[in-house]
Write a protein that binds this ligand. Structure first.
Ligand SMILES: [Zn+2]
Ligand SMILES: [Zn+2]
Length: 455
């Protein structure tokens, strides 16, 4: 089946229309609104409201099955969740993460059913936990609204029939603990050092990921699941292009990202935001709307641009994401082929991956702040700077990508030291380790050469 089909290869069978029909009907897809149509393109039924998905009229039931099929396909075909996994779902309470929660919960319920039914009960059933990163310290919302949002999130999670492992409500400033007792002050101070609005926002995005990693590590989760959908990824593609981050872009648009200690998976990558909102409406899935994140700078421009594109023709988001997907992914954008390593604790995995993978897994140098892989010119820059490095701060700046240099590092070079001293050790510690192992290696080589001379 062609990848351009409406079902995204989800296998909706003989009813799946040819691609030409999809293209013709694509203009009919407007904002995912409910529209009335006499019959469903999939089951032939015509009762009740018919939703429009990818140009084909679908009844509510089939629309739901269509989205669930996409989700399940991306989970299974990318080996996102294994029976032994504990999955931490990043939950904002918005429609996308709400649908992700519903679907992963459904997959788990089915797995439990078949576990109960099987005689051997050999394979365990994966577990799911939910995390909400509370950024209220940086927004001007009244406390009451924040409390209401958190209450909503808790009630959504507790409404699920099969319980989740835990709900973690984590204040963003916790990424600075336990090193700092005043996380809030530290967060404000470091964000205050960043002049650029877009840089501030990108930095907060990095902190959010760090916060999720921290929750996962501290609570034994083995995967982090994001609710990022095609619309959000399309925004990212455009803003990354505008920011000149073309080299690292392919890393951010894949289903799997093992750059982090706890790998990140993105099962809704092929679903449009309007479709997800529509499903919440159809199935009366409660969402949280007290807290949203208005964006700034370039990110806001791109978001409003995408919104306008969408009004004209929502399938353009798919086009943007599909185009970006044609870029070559990095080696960290998949789990190892044999799947064996996925059963190892993630911190051990890189050690083993190097043994059998001739693609030299994880050879990329990643930016200290944002995790972007370094381009050729950034690598050359880093090498030459490292040779001249006098202080630790020089080493840290050498490990920042060009974009973080321009948008995140404070403009006066004399503030660098202060800036890096405020960052969570999780980041700077990595560079310390790398440079320590480099100098250890250098010492060993020197020692070896000396011994050689002695002979
Ligand atoms: Zn139907
Ligand atoms: Zn960076």
């Amino acid at each position: 089946m062609a990848a351009a089909s409406s079902c995204g290869g989800a296998g909706c069978g003989p009813h799946c229309p040819p691609a030409a029909v999809v293209a013709e009907d694509a203009t009919a897809e407007r904002l995912g609104r409910l529209s009335l149509s006499r019959d469903c393109g999939r089951c032939g039924g015509g009762a009740g409201a018919v939703a429009v998905a990818g140009g084909v009229g679908l009844c509510g039931e089939c629309f739901r099955a269509h989205l669930f099929g996409k989700f399940k396909l991306s989970v299974t075909s990318n080996a996102m969740v294994r029976p032994t996994d504990s999955v931490l779902l990043a939950f904002s309470g918005g429609p996308a993460s709400r649908v992700a929660l519903q679907f992963i919960h459904e997959m788990r319920s089915k797995a439990i059913e078949s576990w109960d039914a099987s005689n051997s009960q050999a394979l365990p059933v994966f577990r799911v936990g939910v995390a909400f990163v509370d950024e209220s310290v940086l927004c001007s919302k009244p406390e009451q609204e924040i409390d209401m949002a958190i209450e909503d999130i808790k009630s959504i999670v507790s409404s699920l029939s099969v319980g989740v492992k835990a709900t973690h409500i984590a204040p963003l400033e916790d990424v600075f603990s336990p090193e700092s007792t005043d996380g809030e002050g530290r967060l404000r101070e470091v964000v205050g050092l960043i002049d650029d609005d877009t840089g501030k926002e990108d930095f907060l995005q990095c902190l959010r990921m760090l916060s999720l990693q921290k929750i996962a590590l501290e609570n034994g989760y083995t995967k982090i699941m994001l609710g990022a959908c095609a619309s959000a990824i399309a925004c990212h593609v455009l803003s990354a292009t505008v920011k000149g981050r073309g080299y690292s872009l392919p890393a951010d648009v894949q289903y799997v990202d093992t750059r982090w200690e706890i790998p990140v998976v993105v099962p809704l990558r092929d679903c449009l935001a309007q479709g997800l909102s529509l499903l919440c409406e159809l199935d009366s899935l409660k969402t949280q709307q007290h807290l949203d994140r208005p964006s700034n700078g370039i990110n806001r421009l791109v978001a409003s641009f995408i919104e306008r594109l969408l009004e004209e023709n929502p399938s353009r988001e798919h086009t943007i994401v599909r185009t970006a997907q044609k870029l070559k992914p990095f080696s960290f954008n998949k789990f190892s082929a044999d799947g064996y390593h996925d059963f190892l604790p993630s911190r051990l995995r890189p050690k083993f991956q190097n043994v059998d993978n001739d693609e030299s897994t994880f050879s990329e140098i990643l930016c200290l702040i944002c995790g972007s892989p370094f381009s050729e010119s950034e690598l050359r820059n880093m090498e030459s700077t490292k040779h001249k490095a006098q202080k630790k701060t020089d080493l840290y700046t050498a490990h920042c990508c060009q974009n973080c240099h321009f948008q995140i590092l404070p403009s006066g070079g004399n503030l660098y030291e202060h800036f890096f001293s405020l960052l969570p050790k999780f980041w700077t510690g990595k560079v310390d380790t790398v440079s320590a192992s480099h100098s250890l290696l250098r010492d060993q080589i020197e020692e070896y050469l000396l011994e050689d001379n002695d002979d």
